[in-house]
Design a protein around this ligand. Structure first.
Ligand code: ATP
Ligand code: ZN
Length: 305
């Protein structure tokens, strides 16, 4: 069971220390200087550890072509999480109506229309459409760091609507992709253990929508398509997933016509650290005062001090 009182105390402690800044909207808090520094230091540590993998480094905006969401059937599997960008396309008269509705706190969203973009629900999504065609014989490896949006408002400090993921994405044959995913599962655990975090791994599933979604989750677990690394942050009995390791089979390869050299549909896998969750796991485990963190942990996160 999650202990509301325990996570409220943790949340309030982080606010008091200026680590996070409440905004009044669930799951959208601001980040103070030290919280952000921990996120960046952890990101740098991951970069150092994966340096010799020579991943292609890409940066994308936090919005993606809405066709990506359509092509991967996101609205069939996760309609409850999606965030779509709408804007105003009307006349001056419509604009006056819009402003009046907004003024009185009415349903002004009804007067907007869909744009070409949606908020990216996972950092890896913009990568796949750039790979249409044939990948080289040894496949591709890409890394991204980006904001993502998921509509899951919650009072739990670890369940955000807007957060960041550091992801690595592997594209190639199943023989290239699956062992790579398994290598990262062990490496992810090793990184978190080196930071003295009580991390464990487990098979996992995505929160697919509806009754059909339950079947999808069961099948995903049975096939061991998803693993997570978990650390107790807001509950000792229900630890929080701080990173995930996903094998997508040929889902993205099919959606975006990505092929391997022998003409087969490419398979893909991704691994992603939830950056705010990693930072909160560090603050929960080692305390809100980072000057008192174990020396080994500080040396890894701040190697130049
Ligand atoms: P896929 O590409 O298959 O959609 P993914 O790796 O891109 O998967 P998830 O596995 O759903 O995405 O999430 C990756 C990580 O992001 C999780 O392990 C977790 O640490 C973090 N995360 C997920 N949801 C939230 C949330 N609501 N708030 C904060 N962090 C989250
Ligand atoms: Zn991903």
């Amino acid at each position: 069971m999650k202990d509301d009182a325990e996570y409220k105390e943790f949340y309030e402690g982080m606010v008091e220390k200026g680590l996070i800044i409440p905004t009044g909207v669930k799951g959208t808090f601001g980040r103070g200087k030290l919280f952000e520094e921990v996120v960046q230091c952890f990101n740098d540590l991951v970069t150092r550890i994966a340096e010799n993998d020579n991943a292609d480094v890409c940066f994308f905006p936090p919005v993606i072509d809405r066709k990506i969401m359509e092509k991967v059937h996101y609205l069939e599997t996760f309609p409850h999480l999606c965030g779509s960008v709408h804007s105003f396309f009307g006349s001056e008269r419509d604009a006056r109506q819009l402003a009046e509705e907004a003024e009185k706190g009415g349903k002004w969203g009804d007067l907007l229309e869909q744009t070409d973009v949606v908020l990216s629900p996972a950092a890896c999504y913009p990568v796949y459409p750039t790979l249409t065609g044939t990948v080289p014989a040894d496949g591709r490896l890409v890394t991204v760091f980006n904001w993502v949006y998921r509509h899951e408002p919650s009072d739990e400090p670890t369940r955000l609507q807007s957060f960041r993921m550091r992801e690595f994405i592997r594209i190639g044959t199943p023989e290239q992709v699956v062992p790579w995913r398994d290598m990262w599962l062990q490496r992810g655990l090793d990184i978190l253990h080196s930071l003295k975090l009580p991390a464990t791994s487990d098979v996992a599933s995505d929160p697919f929508f509806g009754r059909g979604g339950k079947m999808r989750s069961i099948s995903q677990r049975d096939q061991k398509f998803k693993f997570e690394v978990l650390i107790p942050v807001i509950s000792t009995t229900e630890p929080t997933a701080v990173c995930s390791f996903n094998y997508h089979h040929n889902h993205f390869g099919t959606a975006f016509d990505i092929f391997t050299e022998d003409g087969q549909i490419a398979h893909t896998a991704c691994m992603g650290f939830g950056m705010e969750r990693v930072a909160m796991a560090l603050f929960k485990t080692h305390g809100l005062d980072h000057s008192k963190w174990p020396a080994e942990v500080r040396d890894l996160l701040w190697p130049n001090t």
